[in-house]
Design a protein around this ligand. Sequence first.
Ligand code: TPP
Length: 352
Amino acid sequence: MATRPQSVISPAQSDDSGDDQADNQRDLFLATYRWMLLARLSEDRLSALWKAGKIVGGVYLGRGQEALSAALGVNLRKGSDIFAPLIRDQAGRLAFGEPLIESMQTYLGSRLGPMRGRDGNIHRGRPREGYYAMISHLGCMVSAIAGGLMAKRFQGDSDFVGATCIGDGGMSTGSFHEAMNMAAVEKLPLIVLAANNQYAYSTPSSRQFACADLVDRAIGYGFAGHSVDGTSLTDCLATIGKAVAAARAGGGPQLIVGTILRLAGHAEHDDASYVDPIIRHKPFAVDCLRAAEEMILAKGWLAQSDLATLRNAVMNEIDDAVSTAQKEPVPDAGTEDWCALSSRHLVDGHLA
Ligand SMILES: Cc1ncc(C[n+]2csc(CCOP(=O)(O)OP(=O)(O)O)c2C)c(N)n1
């Protein structure tokens, strides 16, 4: 579970309405905003490191999707729930409990990172802790999480959900359809968070699906369906919170579709010049981080100076993580004894 707000966003500094529910909503909003900020600024740093040639491989940003992603992360419980993030889920990963250093270690190739400096930057995870390393094959994480949920059911576990994320492009794959169908048949406590960010790489949504709204598919699969404004942290927290609670209470699988614009290229090597300029002025193109800051100021929850203090604290955290990861050793293929967790035989052999 996410840690609570840091001192600069302590409830004591906010209004004193005395209304517990309003206080809780404000605290959750501020805590989630902090994960969004950490995600945004850490990805800005990753982008700069990539441009400076310090990162091998791709850098995929979740710019514009932090509200959706973080709102999912804060609603999951590390230790009992399972989570399979996608490429644009830096915010959700952090909110779920991934330490920032693990992100930096993976991108910077540290041998001390969760993937020991051996795998793609976004393929990191800790499967034994319910935090699945993503598979690049779009759509496949739905069946991976569904399988994890079935395993927990067979083991007699209770009070758990599983969540994964997908894009509008990934929703067109065969694996996605097959997994959604099976999850509904099994009435799994599965949350699928879909970001319709208008483009699948350079393919616009109009060339990706023909239904009016992707959430309309929920009824065909046998999922509960929810639409969410991905630019509004308030809506993300309310809608995703409701969907997670429904799945946890036995309400079966939930499909949440967020409308948003990807505010970056597909990855840092893509300048997104294909994005229709008209789209950039649509309501769904609003930057969710900026919108959250405007809300915080408008509600009087924090002053501009508090936001600046918070930003500095987050920057310091990022500086520490980057400099630590940069000093760490890189893998040496000639000397390391390393295997993938692909079979019981290999795992047992290496743990013996
Ligand atoms: C099965 C499969 N086909 C193609 C790819 C290559 N690929 C990686 S990301 C991507 C676009 C994904 O678009 P979308 O699902 O809308 O997510 P977004 O990048 O917009 O967040 C493609 C085609 C892949 N990883 N897996």
